[in-house]
Design a protein around this ligand. Sequence first.
Ligand SMILES: Nc1ncnc2c1ncn2[C@@H]1O[C@H](C[S@+](CC[C@H]([NH3+])C(=O)[O-])CC(=O)[O-])[C@@H](O)[C@H]1O
Ligand SMILES: O=C(O)C(=O)Cc1ccccc1
Length: 242
Amino acid sequence: MKHKDTIFAAPVEQMGNFTFDEKVAEVFPDMIKRSVPGYSNIISAIGMITARFAQPNTQLYDLGCSLGAATLEMRRNLKHSDCAIIGVDNSPAMVERCQLHVDAFRGDVPVTIHCQDICDIEISNASIVVLNFTLQFIDKDKRHALIEKIYQGLVPGGVLVLSEKFHFDNDTTHDFLFELHHDFKRANGYSELEISQKRNALEDVMVPDTIEQNKQRLYQAGFTNIDMWFQCFNFGSMVAIK
Ligand SMILES: Nc1ncnc2c1ncn2[C@@H]1O[C@H](C[S@+](CC[C@H]([NH3+])C(=O)[O-])CC(=O)[O-])[C@@H](O)[C@H]1O
Ligand SMILES: O=C(O)C(=O)Cc1ccccc1
């Protein structure tokens, strides 16, 4: 297969931290599909959420947009041509490819892709904000301010879709769900070496919170309507409505 993820297939002597570089960007669609249970269902649902809840004359944000899977799904499903879609990612390799994907199809709605840290951007007049597996990569001490900024930038009735990998406080269920995730990766063709080397590379870079910590942060920011709408093993997606 073209662009198959083999990044951790060979033994790595000095394992560095996982980064969203050129090599990862090149194989990203294959990597995320084989690594994140439910990923394509979540992307489809972001389209459905957009069709129903995007409000006229507002902005839609895809924060940590990678190659623009959610951005493009929002554009495909948006019913208001007076809206604008803004994708943001701080990986130049991702942003460059994302722009090519956006340019490959025409659409009525303006889509702009920015290479920026999502902690530094302004969010305003938003009816939909998507954080699809991005918050887990943000420094723990910056997560609250980011969620608060999103809450402040949403219009009444605006929706935050927050998808994350979760940590569990109960060791038994934590191990149970993590083993099932590893089985999912094995079933998708990853070897034991690939699974363990990637886990080591991600250890200090991707730091999941528990479901409760995520909910607590959303409540603290001001959201009152918060629930999980999808979960598969230790991955899931919540919705928070202003
Ligand atoms: N501070 C930051 N600022 C901006 N971007 C960041 C930051 N930190 C990490 N990123 C970006 O967040 C993305 C996370 S991937 C999102 C998938 C996508 N949402 C999808 O629906 O396909 C999830 C995964 O790989 O598990 C990467 O592209 C990073 O460069
Ligand atoms: O691959 C994993 O084990 C994950 O937890 C998900 C993931 C997917 C893509 C990039 C980084 C992490």
